[in-house]
Design a binder for this molecule. Structure first.
Ligand code: ATP
Ligand code: MG
Length: 140
């Protein structure tokens, strides 16, 4: 499988509990390389734009207020099949359904405050990476 890039976000529930380093260690142990990273406070407009695909969902307003409730760490992960690999490392959206050893099984508080985001396709990864990073900031 070819080397790929995916967009990851360490969400506010995890930055609040000082889990950035432990989550990053899991990515690195499991073969993904962090090739760009920055910590930022999203505005409401930015969070709404990032999650625009979910704007009709009943959880949209809650999700946006959660995502702006504290800092996030946006990052680009690179590795073999990085999009799918990262989804495996993250585990299911609902931590109650996440496999043992996944980030969400270990760290997520609930289905909303679930510690990490990961792109769900190579196509979405490209647009999500461009949302957060300029080409100069991604150093593979
Ligand atoms: P992400 O896109 O953050 O990587 P995901 O792809 O596993 O997560 P999505 O279906 O894309 O899940 O939902 C986006 C985010 O919206 C979830 O990660 C979670 O924070 C929130 N969310 C999803 N479903 C619910 C729900 N039923 N109730 C509350 N929040 C939800
Ligand atoms: Mg998703």
């Amino acid at each position: 499988m070819a080397s790929e890039r995916t967009l990851s976000i360490i969400k506010p529930d995890a930055t609040r509990r000082n889990l950035t380093g432990r989550i990053n260690a899991l990515f690195e142990e499991k073969g993904l390389r962090i090739i760009a990273q920055k910590r930022l406070q999203l505005t409401q407009a930015q969070a709404e734009a990032f999650y625009a695909v979910h704007r009709e969902r009943p959880f949209f307003a809650g999700l946006v207020s959660f995502m702006i409730s504290g800092p996030v760490v946006a990052q680009v992960l690179e590795g073999e099949g990085a999009v799918g690999r990262n989804r495996e490392i993250m585990g299911a959206t609902d931590p109650k359904k996440a496999d043992q050893g996944t980030i969400r099984a270990q760290f997520a508080e609930n289905i909303e405050a679930n510690s990490v985001h990961g792109s769900d396709s190579a196509e979405n990864a490209a647009s999500e990476i461009a949302f957060f990073f300029s080409g100069l900031e991604v150093v593979g």
